[in-house]
Design a protein around this ligand. Sequence first.
Ligand SMILES: [Zn+2]
Length: 348
Amino acid sequence: MFMPVGTAAAVKGLTQEALESLGAKIILANTYHLYLRPGHGLIRKLGGLHQFMSWNGAILTDSGGYQVFSLAELRKITDQGVRFRSHLDGSEHLLDPEKAVEVQLALGSDIAMVLDECIETPAPRSIAEAALKRTSEWARRARNYFLAQSQRDSELLQWQFGIVQGATFADLRQASARQLLEIDFPGYAVGGLAVGEPHEVTCEMTEAVTALLPHERPRYLMGVGRPEQIPDYVARGIDMMDCVLPTRAARHACIYTSEGRVLIKNSRYIEDQRALDPNCSCAVCRRYSRAYLRHLFAAGEITAAILATFHNVHFYLDIMRQIREAISFGQLANFATELRARYAAGPA
Ligand SMILES: [Zn+2]
């Protein structure tokens, strides 16, 4: 399954009605953003994230760690946790494994992620090793804290996932997976990949890890990916993915279609009366032309981003439907080859 990203309790450009009509079953929300604004306490008071944003589908929340490491100012990492200043108002905060659990419990998401240490890649082995050690210790603390909370609250319905780290070293990745398996999570994520390394390396690292993680538990590759790469991850045993690409690209007038990428601002579409994707059955493609979308983008109309996002998210969810179908017919490899060939041609 693919999870559209709803950073601040909204998938940019889509209403919850739109997400429902697209058949989205689960979205991702960012703990860091919601913790800072409007605050997890307020969301808990208003009945939790599902009620607050009126979303009956599932929600996965990240730990907030990735944004702390990429957005926040003046961060200082110790074994305790990570101290940082908000990128909004400069206020000082401490995010540690227990706090990440607590905030996600207040949000009331269905799947919560443990806090991990994210490092810049490529990383030297010594740095990757140190981050991995800390990530495993944090995972144990997060699991213990979560289990203690769930003993106190029998109504608590949340799954907590561990996150495999280890940069681009297969043996470190496997060591990380083994340590998490010892702690025992209902699902496992693979983090710190698809951050600039070649696609082959992402695949190689993923495979090293999924070889160890149990088949009967969800395996989630965080932050991927391009449409033509998704089947490669699924082929390596990945069940879940999330990415800002379909929504972010849509806002930049990049349309993913069955024939490859369409950069809709291009002047060649001025008089093009065809749908964004002639092979797409989404509500946007059934109704609007490339010429109209191109005009909306040229005129700076917000409707442009809304329509493009709707189509792009439909396209991603449809790829997942096609992948599930291909798997059931034993045709995943063929599907992957065809999709890659269509995208190899480059942007239209
Ligand atoms: Zn469409």
